[in-house]
Design a protein around this ligand. Structure first.
Ligand SMILES: Nc1ncnc2c1ncn2[C@@H]1O[C@H](COP(=O)(O)OP(=O)(O)OP(=O)(O)O)[C@@H](O)[C@H]1O
Length: 397
């Protein structure tokens, strides 16, 4: 029996064919608490939400209990009737219908049919903007407003647990802030919230507790407050970008070198740094690496056609030439990105003089730092080529 009330997930495992997407996952969400699930891409977060809401395509074992009632194996509509509402990734609103129509559709759950007016009043109280916009076609609304409609629609089923899959995806920082404030309001009326989020910083700021899901396993659980200040969590999820994740990571083949060393185990758990910790080559170079590769490839095709009469130029050597040309181009672009730049600087003592006559801006050299190690990742199988400080060639060690 559940000791907590609310939602209790016990030893949940999900397989898609031979692929194990969730392994022995146990979590709880109490009424009136926000629980966030953090994890890298592919860790199994969406699978967890789908399994809990009865829409998972994989084979599910383990148990999902709501207020001690066993939900495992029930179809999605019965799970909704029991009190778990899902706001899926991408919102799932009906774009061609109005706000009112979307909300009405949310009230079809048996548990909510008799209380439609009261539920609508509650949604309007939470999100007064939806009253003004009730006749508006949802497709014409902003992303943030559509997200509000999606949450409002889920709330129309009068849920005990609201599960949300990446609700802040694609929202501006301002709209994200509004979204998280809205989730707080939902929590404050006693609904338990199971939140999967890429935006670790803002979600932990409103959450009560959090779980770290890595490679299908829960590797850590703590209060949101403790997670925010945990160095391993900071390194993995709360990087300089504030947890805003890169859109994808590359899956390394088993023999490929790791992209990042794992963060040193802290308090008995290890988390893999997110891709957001890695600055993209494009950002470092200020140029598109894909363009450089395309240019190098075109140049090489010409070189290969010039060598047509020399059969000794095998395709292997042509490939090597192309890679060398690409790496050299990237190296040149990186050097030019590091070249000292002239930066305008106004010293306070120059200010008065500069009021009367234009002053030449003093030049400042960008400080020479240690030479940078350049790393190039090639998808889908990760190959890491490095030119180490002081070396004049790339190697794959
Ligand atoms: N329908 C499916 N069929 C086969 N494999 C799937 C299916 N759905 C998910 N997977 C696989 O299960 C693993 C977990 O996927 P899931 O979508 O749950 O991850 P996630 O943590 O939500 O990642 P993301 O943040 O990228 O959505 C991944 O390896 C994924 O490729």
């Amino acid at each position: 029996m559940s000791r907590t009330g609310g939602l209790e997930v016990r030893n949940l495992s999900v397989s898609y064919g031979k692929h194990r997407a969730l392994e022995d996952v146990s979590i709880t969400i109490r009424p009136g608490e926000i629980v966030v699930i953090l994890g890298a891409n592919g860790a199994g977060k969406s699978t967890l939400l789908k399994a809990v809401s009865g829409i998972c395509e994989g084979k599910v074992t383990g148990s999902v209990l709501l207020e001690n009632a066993e939900l495992t194996g029930l179809p999605a509509n019965r799970i909704l009737d029991q009190g778990i509402a899902l706001v899926p990734e991408g919102r799932g609103v009906f774009g061609d219908l109005t706000v009112r129509e979307n909300l009405t559709l949310g009230a079809y759950a048996a548990r909510a049919r008799d209380d439609q007016a009261a539920n609508l009043a509650r949604v309007h109280e939470l999100f007064p903007k939806l009253i003004e916009r009730q006749g508006q076609v949802v497709r014409t609304m902003s992303g943030g407003e559509q997200q509000m409609v999606a949450i409002g629609r889920a709330m129309m089923s009068n849920p005990q647990i609201l599960a949300l899959d990446e609700p802040s995806l694609g929202l501006s920082p301002l709209l994200c802030k509004e979204l998280f404030q809205n989730l707080r309001k939902v929590r404050d009326i006693g609904i338990g919230i199971l939140l999967v989020e890429q935006n670790a910083k803002q979600s932990l700021a409103i959450a009560d507790r959090g779980y770290l899901l890595e490679n299908a396993h829960i590797v850590h659980e703590d209060s949101a407050k403790a997670l925010i200040s945990d160095p391993a969590v900071q390194a993995a999820y709360l990087g300089a970008a504030g947890g805003a994740a890169a859109p994808h990571t590359y899956d390394a083949a088993p023999e490929a070198p790791a992209m990042d060393a794992p963060v040193a185990p802290q308090a008995g758990f290890t988390v893999r740094p997110r891709a957001s910790q890695t600055v993209s080559a494009d950002a470092v170079l200020g140029r598109s690496v894909a363009d450089l590769v395309a240019q190098a490839s075109q140049r090489q095709q010409k070189a290969v056609s010039d060598k047509r009469n020399a059969p000794a130029a095998t395709s292997l050597s042509a490939q090597k030439d192309r890679l060398a040309a690409t790496l050299a181009d990237i190296e040149r672009a990186a050097q030019s990105a590091r070249r000292p730049r002239v930066i305008e600087r106004h010293r306070p003592q120059d200010h008065a003089a500069s009021q009367t006559q234009p002053q030449p801006a003093p030049a400042r050299k960008t400080p020479d730092g240690p030479p940078v190690t350049i790393e190039i990742y090639r998808a889908p199988r990760v190959e890491v080529w490095r030119r180490r400080p002081g070396a004049d060639a790339f190697d794959r060690s």
